[in-house]
Write a protein that binds this ligand. Structure first.
Ligand code: Z5A
Length: 210
């Protein structure tokens, strides 16, 4: 594959969307071809699955149904959008990807990592991020940031302990794959986070001669 696949991860309100916007603008100004997308979503089919997943009315959704829907949305997204963009030599910036499933459905809901990895392999057909930025903030701080900004979706409505387990899930992934997953302290002011994220991405692109 000619392009570079970069994902941004973290708990609710960690600042992913803010940083992705900055990074996209910065890389575009540097002359790189950039494609920005998100999960769940990124294509019409996957966005329809997103609406189903986040709808607070679906209180009856089982953890297995939830997991399969996230992976179904991902299969469509990878095949229709991410893989073609990478084959065309673009930098793909994705707001959440497989690590969110591992952290939320694994850390949060208690699905086994073995099950999750088997499903990731099917949904992505082996496509894995080249670099992942994990914006680490305490779950409580993240939730406070988004409180009141909009109505709560089905996952946001989970108790604080759920979101803390999710955070621990992300940190576990980072400790298992330190080369791919780079942790940035998300509680710092936006500008400091931006500098750190930009430096990590530029260093990665340089070292891969992109
Ligand atoms: N989910 C899952 O369970 N399994 C999966 O496989 C996948 C996802 C892929 C998607 O929700 C939900 O699906 C998500 C996980 C689950 N649910 N939860 N919880 P989403 O896409 O709608 O929401 P989100 O991904 O959690 O992101 P968000 O709410 O949009 O937050 P964010 O992107 O991390 O943060 P932000 O929008 O950039 O910033 C939030 C606020 O904080 C905003 O007012 C900013 O101005 C402020 N902010 C940002 N940075 C800072 C700093 N550094 N200091 C202070 N304030 C800041």
């Amino acid at each position: 594959m000619n392009g570079v696949f970069i994902t941004i991860e973290g708990v609710e309100g960690c600042g992913k969307t803010t940083q992705l916007r900055y990074l996209s603008r910065h890389l575009t100004e540097m002359g790189h071809p950039v494609e920005t997308t998100r999960e769940p979503g990124g294509t019409p089919v996957a966005e329809a699955v997103r609406a189903l997943l986040l709808d607070p009315a679906h209180t009856a959704m089982t953890p297995t149904t939830e997991l399969l829907l996230y992976e179904a949305a991902r299969a469509q997204h990878v095949s229709e959008r991410i893989r073609p963009a990478l084959e065309a030599g673009r930098i793909v910036l994705c707001d959440r990807f497989v690590d969110s499933t591992t952290a939320y459905q694994g850390g949060g809901r208690g699905m086994t990592w073995e099950t999750l990895n088997r499903l990731h392999a099917i949904a992505t057909e082996g496509l894995w991020p080249d670099l992942t930025i994990l914006l680490d903030v305490a779950a409580e701080e993240g939730l406070q940031r988004v409180q009141g900004a909009r109505s709560r979706d089905r996952i946001e409505g989970e108790p604080l302990a759920f979101h803390e387990r999710v955070r621990q899930g992300f940190l576990r992934i980072a400790s298992e794959e330190p080369e791919r997953v780079r942790v940035v302290e998300g509680h710092l002011p936006v500008e400091r986070v931006r500098e750190r994220v930009t430096a990590l991405v530029e260093e990665f692109l340089r070292s891969h001669e992109f």
